[in-house]
Design a protein around this ligand. Structure first.
Ligand code: ADP
Ligand code: GLC
Length: 482
């Protein structure tokens, strides 16, 4: 098949969260399965310097954006994983994308995000229409590409586009919908009949994700449980009604893990290699982590780790409450994260109060994320909701036992002893409270005291397999039979 993916972030070129990992790995896996794949994404600051093989191609965009026209250039890169089948297309529009952050900086979104991503969507549609290899499927991700389905529909209806590609939308996170003032809709140049409660309008505003849900032929989200959850009022973020209506076209497909990137056997970021058969390297990783975070060097004290965006979704306020309760026990806690100033401050304070026991690093650091996963014994994920979650799957492969809230993809990927004692690979809790998390952490401490049982959990965890090769088959089925 010939497939064009569109995403506002793609690993390894740009990343703020799991969206980048998921789209980067999906593109690679589709190409490896023999398909012709393109990925289109903005050319953000610094990408050209980090990837000198990028080339400008002879293609200029000059597209209407409301009353004005905006130009852009196209750069491409043959992805090293499958150079003949996977091309990454970068939209170069420096005024929109050559900025310090992807979506904002200093904790504030850019005021023109609507304009930036409406323009991006127009470039995506233009590419899909005129690329010489004629994509059969256009697979767009999250709100940033949410207007693509309606733009395609409009060109097919009124602008002579014969046989446009089938458009698939994947919702990675329903909490981010891309809502902008009514006036922003004019930048789409779509007729007013697309600004209705059945299409792009949401309480008088333009809602880009809603437009995508209304217009896509098929909608996927990143785990089966989240696909069910988002049709309920509790998790539907105001769009559950529309999602119920679109339920026949809605499918949950669990993300995979790029094991070439996330492994413990040949990983340049780790202090030592290890495997399920020989865990001695993991002990070395733990020692190195304790040193790096200035924790008391003690191989017998369990470390709970966490790498996350510090936002409401991730439930780190529950973690703060649970830690207040738990830090009297023999345990250590390490965090790598960035997010809201309040949450950042609270964790820095905690580290100040518990020197040698709590280590906190603010910021974004891919290499440290690997070291933290490898050096920890348990991994905390107390999310309020979690469409899929990748870190718990990375933790499994790293032999780091996940302690997760029973929601979304966390529930679909982790096995608790209550569900299956012999296959258990993690600990789950249900209530959205610090107390429930603390109880789950106490279970973890008990497990840690039972070396044989703990070893069994580790074996189960490290044997879990979420490879993209099988995920790709599910996407292909969706691409073929909406
Ligand atoms: P989400 O996309 O909601 O943030 P996921 O679990 O799907 O959650 O993916 C998060 C990804 O972002 C993981 O690859 C994780 O390692 C990475 N990540 C999050 N915060 C940081 C950070 N501060 N430094 C490095 N990597 C991070
Ligand atoms: C989103 C979700 C996360 C998911 C990721 C990749 O950021 O919050 O749960 O794993 O997208 O699909």
């Amino acid at each position: 098949m010939r497939i064009l993916l569109a995403s506002s972030e793609v690993y390894p070129y740009s990343k703020t969260g799991g969206l980048a990992d998921a789209v980067g790995a999906l593109g690679k896996a589709l190409a490896k399965a023999g398909h012709q794949v393109g990925i289109v994404t903005p050319l953000y600051r610094g990408i050209r310097e980090r990837f000198p093989a990028l080339q400008q191609v002879d293609w200029r965009f000059d597209l209407p954006l409301g009353a004005k026209r905006v130009g852009a250039e196209l750069w491409t890169l043959a992805a090293p994983a499958a150079p003949d089948r996977l091309t990454v297309y970068f939209i170069q529009q420096p005024a929109y994308f050559d900025r310090a952050g992807l979506y904002g900086d200093n904790g504030t979104d850019y005021g023109d995000n609507g304009e930036r991503f409406i323009f991006f969507d127009k470039c995506v549609v233009h590419l899909a229409r005129y690329l010489p290899w004629r994509p059969e499927v256009l697979h767009v991700h999250d709100w940033h590409a949410g207007l693509v389905p309606l733009l395609v529909a409009q060109q097919a209806r009124a602008d002579g586009w014969v046989k446009p590609p089938r458009v698939c939308l994947t919702i990675h996170n329903l909490a981010y919908q891309g809502c902008f003032s009514r006036g922003t809709f004019a930048l789409t140049n779509l007729p007013g009949n697309y600004f209705t409660p059945d299409t792009a309008e949401f309480y008088g505003q333009l809602n880009c994700l809603k437009a995508g849900i209304a217009g896509a032929e098929v909608i996927t989200t990143v785990s089966p449980r989240y696909a069910r959850e988002i049709t309920t009022q509790e998790f539907g973020a105001g769009l559950d009604g529309l999602l119920r209506k679109r339920q026949p076209a809605l499918v949950g497909i669990l993300n995979g893990v790029d094991y070439e990137e996330w492994n413990t056997t040949s990983n340049p970021h780790l202090a030592a290699a290890y495997s399920a058969a020989d865990l001695s390297g993991k002990a070395e990783c733990k020692r190195a982590l304790q040193t790096e975070f200035a924790l008391t060097a003690n191989p017998h004290v369990p470390i709970f780790g966490c790498v996350t965006r510090l936002v409401e979704q991730k439930g780190m306020d529950l973690a703060l409450g649970a830690l207040e309760e738990m830090l009297a026990a023999a345990m250590q806690f390490v965090l790598l994260g960035s997010g809201t100033p309040d949450c950042e401050r609270a964790f820095v304070n905690l580290a100040g109060r518990f020197p040698g026991q709590v280590g906190v690093r603010l910021g974004y650091d891919q290499a440290l994320a690997h070291r933290l996963e490898a050096g920890s014994d348990f991994y905390l994920m107390p999310s309020r909701f979690e469409p899929c979650g990748l870190n718990q799957m990375y933790s499994l492969r790293y032999g780091t036992i996940p302690v997760v809230r029973r929601t979304g993809g966390l529930d679909d990927t982790i096995v608790d002893a209550i569900e299956n004692p012999t296959a258990a690979n993690g600990i789950k809790f249900s209530d959205c409270s610090a107390h429930a998390l603390a109880r789950a952490m106490r279970k973890a401490l008990v497990l840690y005291q039972e070396p044989e049982l703990f070893a069994q959990y580790r074996r189960n965890a490290m044997a879990a397999e979420f490879s993209w090769a099988q995920v790709v088959q599910q996407y292909l089925a969706v691409y073929r039979h909406p």
